[in-house]
Design a protein around this ligand. Structure first.
Ligand code: UDP
Ligand code: MG
Length: 148
């Protein structure tokens, strides 16, 4: 089954949005497979965002990610990469639809509360980076109430 990497950024943790965000993924029916509160260093944040290293906002982005603990998660379910991005909303919160996490809880692009993998392949890489120890193997007893 498909998995994605979701991270609640330092602003989301500081603002007390952890429970709300986890609840949205849970209530959708996705399964939590990995979860940890972790503060990363510059080198790690640069690796996570390596694809953006040439961007003018890269340094500020790295500063933002290392500024406090983040909640790193792996969520599993049918279509979870694409649907996870929809739950999160557009990168710029001023353009994110109301009802999405960024649409409801953020204003500035550099304080947009949450990260989600943008493709199955990047999800695989990000899960390997953030969870080298592996993730939990379990299946919800509600599985047959969520999937036909
Ligand atoms: N970002 C920023 N300024 C920009 C574009 C992006 O500060 O002009 C930050 C923002 O926090 C975003 C992150 O860099 O979430 C990664 O950018 P990406 O384009 O991958 O957006 P995402 O996949 O997070 O929607
Ligand atoms: Mg991205």
């Amino acid at each position: 089954m498909e998995q994605t990497f979701i991270m609640i950024k330092p602003d989301g943790v500081q603002r007390g949005l952890v429970g709300e965000i986890i609840g949205r993924f849970e209530k959708k029916g996705f399964s939590l497979k990995g979860l940890k509160l972790i503060t990363v260093d510059r080198a790690f944040a640069e690796k996570h965002y390596a694809d953006l290293s040439a961007k003018p906002f890269f340094n500020g982005l790295v500063e933002y990610i290392v500024s406090g603990p983040v909640v790193a998660m792996v969520w599993e379910g049918k279509g979870v990469v694409t649907t996870g991005r929809k739950i999160i909303g557009a990168t710029n919160p001023l353009e994110s639809a109301p009802g999405t996490i960024r649409g409801d809880y953020a204003i500035d692009i550099g304080r947009n509360v949450i990260h989600g993998s943008d493709a199955v392949e990047s999800a695989r890489k990000e899960i390997a980076l953030w969870f080298p120890e592996g993730v939990a193997e379990w299946q919800s007893s509600l599985h047959s109430w969520i999937y036909e």
